[in-house]
Design a protein around this ligand. Structure first.
Ligand SMILES: Nc1nc2c(ncn2[C@@H]2O[C@H](COP(=O)(O)OP(=O)(O)OP(=O)(O)O)[C@@H](O)[C@H]2O)c(=O)[nH]1
Length: 266
């Protein structure tokens, strides 16, 4: 591993800038993108929230002894990939989520992997993606076998995990950290490869929408060299609100619980 991403030398870690990694969570509605994101950020399973919320959260992580400033975009495409360049041009790596109890969501994840493969081809860059079969706790209602998930991941050359947002935190954390490792490997290959900008949605006259060319419903696609760029908005770090659970309220010195805005406690 190159020194820039390797284990920090003694005494250097405290002063070196953290690695910046942007991670986008993609998938059909209801696959569990938000639940996984919130599990990772808060160690909690949250069952309800506004499905139209799309937010980017940031978290300071340590991965393989290296400080990482991780930004997680919990996307909210209505049904199919839409206005994709907001994440295609932003993320260093992608988590593509389906639910093991939904064949429809599995088919949706395939569309996202195709989209990423096309984007990689068009930009001639690698875009690490991890395929996640979520809701493993619902395995008795499986509509997608583990072998099918592994086969789809194999077809696109990505890592594959089955997880559950309501089971152990460590497994969910491991998956997010694997995504960081994949992004780091890609950044090592070409440190300047990822743009720091988000593009505005715009279909260029000389470039047909990706969807029109490849059958994806409504995702327009531009490469960095052709879009009008605007600086990436500051990542919202003030998404945390403090609430008190009934358990916390019942104890005299109970700690308050910090939850993400827009989410209700399970
Ligand atoms: N049993 C179980 N339910 C889950 C799990 N993950 C999410 N859910 C539930 O599945 C539903 C959808 O989860 P969300 O996290 O809202 O899914 P999403 O992909 O973010 O959906 P959109 O925001 O609509 O795109 C919610 O009712 C969650 O409580 C899981 O691992 N196990």
């Amino acid at each position: 591993m190159a020194s820039v991403f390797g284990k920090p030398r003694a005494g250097s870690a405290a002063h070196s800038a953290p690695l910046e990694v942007n991670l986008a969570i993609l998938g059909r509605r209801g696959a569990g993108k938000s639940a996984l994101t919130v599990k990772f950020l808060t160690k909690r399973f949250i069952s309800e929230y506004d499905p139209n919320l799309e937010d980017t959260y940031s978290s300071e992580e340590t991965v393989d002894h290296q400080a990482v400033h991780l930004r997680v975009m919990d996307t909210a495409d209505p049904d199919t990939p839409r206005n994709c360049e907001r994440y295609l041009n932003w993320a260093h790596a992608f988590l593509v989520v389906y639910s093991v109890d939904s064949r429809q969501s599995f088919e949706g994840s395939s569309s996202y992997l195709e989209l990423l493969a096309l984007h990689a081809k068009e930009t001639q860059r690698g875009f690490p993606a991890l395929l996640l079969g979520n809701k493993l706790d619902m395995a008795q209602y499986r509509q997608v076998t583990k072998a099918e998930g592994a086969a789809l991941a194999g077809r696109f050359g990505c890592l594959f995990f089955e997880v559950s947002a309501c089971l152990d935190f460590e497994h969910v954390q491991h998956v997010f950290h694997e995504a960081v490792r994949e992004a780091r490997r890609e950044l090592e290959k070409s440190p300047l490869a990822r743009p720091l900008f988000i593009s505005e949605e715009r279909v260029l006259p000389h470039q047909a929408p990706l969807t029109a060319r490849h059958g994806l419903a409504s995702c327009t696609f531009n490469t960095l060299s052709t879009v009008s760029l605007k600086e990436m908005p500051t990542v919202a770090q003030a998404k945390l609100v403090t609430v008190k659970s009934s358990r916390a309220q019942s104890k005299r010195k109970a700690p308050t619980l910090t939850l993400l805005k827009g989410f209700k406690i399970f």
